[in-house]
Design a protein around this ligand. Structure first.
Ligand SMILES: Cc1cc2nc3c(=O)[nH]c(=O)nc-3n(C[C@H](O)[C@H](O)[C@H](O)COP(=O)(O)OP(=O)(O)OC[C@H]3O[C@@H](n4cnc5c(N)ncnc54)[C@H](O)[C@@H]3O)c2cc1C
Length: 486
């Protein structure tokens, strides 16, 4: 029997474990109950056993939903793109398709804070001219983008800042690109790598020579279909997707074990290709071991096995985020909240003394989510990021004063919130800095040399939940395809 162990029950680890079991079963393989007597023997039983080890008392990692009375809080990820590859199949596999909730047209509308108030971002190129979300010189420069020649194809890496300053100019970069990137990576655009952080836009320049030309081309070829895909979540919270994956693993004979932090990994016996893991009160042996933990933890676990691999993982930094969910009766929020939310550019934060990166209008983004009592709204304010890591260490009281001050300035809310939830993520988002592709390539090479040790997770091929699910799924299927059936 092949004993497979996954370390980390976040989106990546759960997706990898579930796909591995599904793919192995589809090949006609037998799943042995993990943790049973068969698990302890080595080779007497056929098939595969699977155990997913999770350090915390709950599974899901950065996709987790908490109920507080009549409010549901998304502590991490809240929405995914409906059309992301493999997502529909996953919801169907877990029989969650009737529980999906979608954004409506309002969520396409986004705001940016500029010169003292929120302004609507242009949705289509023709709206750029009339939109006051950008200063007049920025609008003019944006429209001139197709005239900027593309950079040589031989260039393999470039910072996000350099790419956009070259294509769109410094003003547009400061007014739109910087806050948008803070919304995804909470990162520093001077450090983020364009081909790794925004591969589609990087490719657009290569294929069409210009971003606006690429946009026009895609609008012409997709005539009649909506350009921006809908966002979706789950009634009761996206965390239910993680719970359902955990249950599906258990019901197939695998085992998901919360409160099972792996302390260390070593080679079980030289030449065997097996790995041994130390947990608090026990140890486990794996014939195939999958690391599905964030980079700092991967670096720690790999320090003795392969110091160089550990160093590469350590060099993938993480930015912190503090997400504060606040609830009010609808009438106490003067803004119409007719959009997905708003962003605050760094230049505006510095000018007006704000610390807020941006805020999501949660109850507008997914109107059928039912995350607040009727007649109340929830806004999720985001703080921290690469430029303001100190926020993570601020006391709750200080944070509340800050968020109330910032929302008074941006949304005109003067009332005390009826509901408050503060979520701190000291290690929130992986930073795909310059050289990221080379780092990932080195990780792949070194893992191959280690044999039956694999890795997945947001450190590698995209930080969005669908990217992480896809990467986990592909790895699980690849391992299952290579496993012996008897
Ligand atoms: C505030 C916030 C908002 C976000 N919003 C969105 C969004 O709206 N849409 C979107 O697509 N993405 C969003 N993301 C990004 C997305 O949530 C993450 O990139 C993704 O969930 C990461 O999944 P993962 O499995 O790689 O890592 P994780 O979710 O971190 O899972 C790793 C797991 O490993 C466990 N672990 C660590 N060490 C050990 C150990 N030694 N032994 C056992 N277990 C261990 C951890 O406890 C954790 O459960 C958001 C992230 C944050 C923080």
């Amino acid at each position: 029997m092949t004993r497979v162990v996954v370390i980390g029950a976040g989106a990546a680890g759960l997706s990898c474990g579930l796909s591995l079991l599904d793919a192995y079963r589809a090949r006609g393989g037998t799943i042995q109950q993990s943790g049973s007597a068969a698990m302890a023997t080595d080779g007497s039983a056929h098939g595969v056993s699977l155990c997913v080890l999770e350090a915390r008392d709950q599974i899901g990692g950065r996709v987790f939903s908490e109920r507080h009375g009549s409010f549901v809080v998304e502590t991490g990820a809240a929405t995914v793109q409906e059309t992301a590859p493999g997502l529909r199949e996953l919801f169907e596999r877990l029989q969650l398709q009737d529980e999906q909730v979608y954004s409506d047209d309002r969520a396409k509308r986004r705001y940016v804070y500029r010169a003292g108030r929120l302004r609507r971002l242009p949705m289509k190129p023709p709206e750029i001219l009339s939109s006051d979300a950008l200063s007049i010189p920025a609008r003019a420069r944006l429209l001139a983008e197709p005239l900027v020649p593309p950079r040589a194809h031989t260039l393999t890496d470039e910072s996000v800042q350099s790419f956009f300053e070259r294509r769109l100019g410094r003003r547009v970069t400061n007014e739109i690109v910087e806050p948008a990137l803070a919304g995804i990576y909470a990162g520093d655009i001077a450090e983020l790598s364009m081909p790794s952080a925004l591969p589609r836009l990087w490719q657009m320049e290569r294929e069409h020579g210009s971003l606006l030309k690429a946009l026009r081309h895609s609008q012409a070829t997709n005539k009649g279909t909506p350009t921006a895909p809908r966002l979706c979540g789950l009634r009761g919270g996206l965390g239910r997707l993680m719970q359902a994956m955990g249950r599906a693993i258990d019901s197939q004979g695998g085992r998901v074990r919360p409160l099972s932090a792996v302390r260390s990994i070593r080679v079980a016996d030289p030449g065997s290709g097996r790995y041994c893991m130390e947990l608090a009160e026990t140890s486990l042996v794996a014939d195939e071991l999958i690391l599905a933990v964030p980079p700092p933890e991967a670096a720690r676990l790999l320090a003795d096995l392969d110091p160089q691999l550990s160093t590469v993982y350590r060099s993938i930094g993480m930015a912190p985020i503090v997400a504060i969910s606040l609830g009010w009766p609808r009438e106490q929020v003067p803004h119409p909240l007719d959009g997905f939310g708003f962003l605050v550019p760094r230049i505006e934060r510095m000018r007006d003394g704000l610390r807020l990166l941006g805020a999501l209008f949660m109850t507008s983004a997914l109107p059928d989510f039912e995350q607040a009592p009727k007649g109340q709204v929830v806004i999720r304010a985001m703080y921290g990021g690469a430029h303001d890591p100190e926020v993570e260490r601020m006391a709750d009281g200080e944070l509340l004063e800050q968020v109330q001050r910032d929302l008074r300035t941006t949304l005109g809310i003067w009332n005390e919130p009826r509901f408050i939830h503060i979520q701190r993520w000291p290690q929130a988002i992986e930073q795909y800095r310059l050289g990221h592709a080379a780092r990932v390539a080195e990780i792949e090479v070194r893992l191959r040399a280690l044999g039956h040790l694999h890795a997945t997770g947001a450190a590698l091929y995209g930080v969005s939940v669908p990217d992480v699910l896809r990467n986990g799924r592909e790895l699980g299927q690849r391992i299952a395809d290579a496993l012996p059936l008897s």
